[in-house]
Design a protein around this ligand. Structure first.
Ligand SMILES: NC(=O)c1ccc[n+]([C@@H]2O[C@H](COP(=O)([O-])OP(=O)(O)OC[C@H]3O[C@@H](n4cnc5c(N)ncnc54)[C@H](OP(=O)(O)O)[C@@H]3O)[C@@H](O)[C@H]2O)c1
Length: 258
């Protein structure tokens, strides 16, 4: 597995990120979810993504309970816009994740510059939690949106991490083309933001045969620090970790040849 700096955040992450968005639907217990997380950790996946809204923080918490907390980087999210809501989300996340700090806390699915402004109260709660050592890094996800929202989040000095949609055909992306979106990602990367991409396999809406090609596209995008894949079984973990390793090897060979 390849490990790299998550932009200028000071965190080191695995290139493959475990997207725990669907564990609640696919695992019948927290224990079953934690087994998948631990299997991924065996494959070297140390970067785990969840959200209050997925209901999977407890699955991660069950896994975290069984390992050394420092082994993994945890990213979670809150939909809250105001101070009280975000403070409550942070308290809940710490409890469910069974930890005393969250590596990355995101504003979940910011859709426009106006939406970002409306979340100032939530950012206040993030700032306070960061000062208290409960959060290490602040960021946002932009869900499927591009265009002005990307300008707003890239220009915001306190947004250190951006989780955004990207795949080889720009499927699900709203508000602009994939080529223009990749320019935004490049700009954010150059500004030192940590970049994670999702919807790399269009939330599963491509054929099984095409999966490796779409996933490899994600790993070959050098402006993405992390490729967030919503793995739901052992087979996905083995395939995706193998593709992560193959892409890292390929780029190493190319660098040596250059
Ligand atoms: N706004 C936001 O911040 C936001 C929104 C959505 C997602 N996310 C995050 O991003 C993660 C990924 O979500 P996504 O919507 O982008 O989904 P995705 O990774 O594009 O698709 C995941 C789905 O693809 C199918 N699949 C088939 N082969 C796979 C393979 N080798 N590896 C992984 N998946 C495979 C699985 O469905 P089957 O089980 O049906 O085969 C799986 O549920 C989520 O888990 C979540 O952590 C964030």
């Amino acid at each position: 597995m390849e490990y790299l700096a998550y932009g200028d955040t000071g965190l080191e992450i695995s290139r493959l990120c475990y997207g725990a968005g669907r564990l609640k639907d696919t695992c019948d217990s927290y224990e079953a979810g934690s087994k998948l997380m631990l299997k991924a950790l065996e494959e070297g996946v140390t970067f785990w993504d969840t959200a209050e809204g997925y209901g999977t923080q407890p699955h991660l918490g069950e896994a975290i309970r069984q390992i050394d907390r420092e082994e993994v980087v945890i990213q979670t999210k809150t939909p809250a816009k105001d101070y009280d809501g975000a403070s409550a989300s942070i308290t809940k996340a710490l409890r469910e994740l069974r930890t005393d700090y969250i590596d990355v806390m995101l504003l979940h699915a910011v859709s426009s510059p106006e939406d970002l402004v409306m979340r100032e109260g939530a950012l206040d709660a993030f700032r306070e939690a960061k000062a208290a050592g409960k959060i290490r890094v602040i960021g946002c996800s932009t869900h499927v949106y591009t265009g002005p929202v990307m300008d707003a989040v890239i220009d915001h000095p306190e947004i250190e991490v951006i989780l955004t949609t990207a795949n080889k055909e720009g499927r699900m992306l709203e508000g602009g083309s994939i080529d223009r979106h990749l320019e935004y990602i490049q700009r954010a990367y150059n500004a030192g933001k940590g970049i994670s991409i999702m919807k790399v396999v269009v939330a599963g809406n491509i054929s099984e045969t095409d999966m490796p090609e779409w996933i490899a596209w994600g790993f070959n995008l050098e402006t993405a620090h992390a490729i967030n894949l919503g793995m739901t079984d052992d087979r996905h973990i083995t395939l995706d970790a193998g593709l992560a390793r193959a892409s890292a090897r390929q780029r190493l060979i190319q660098r040596k040849a250059a």
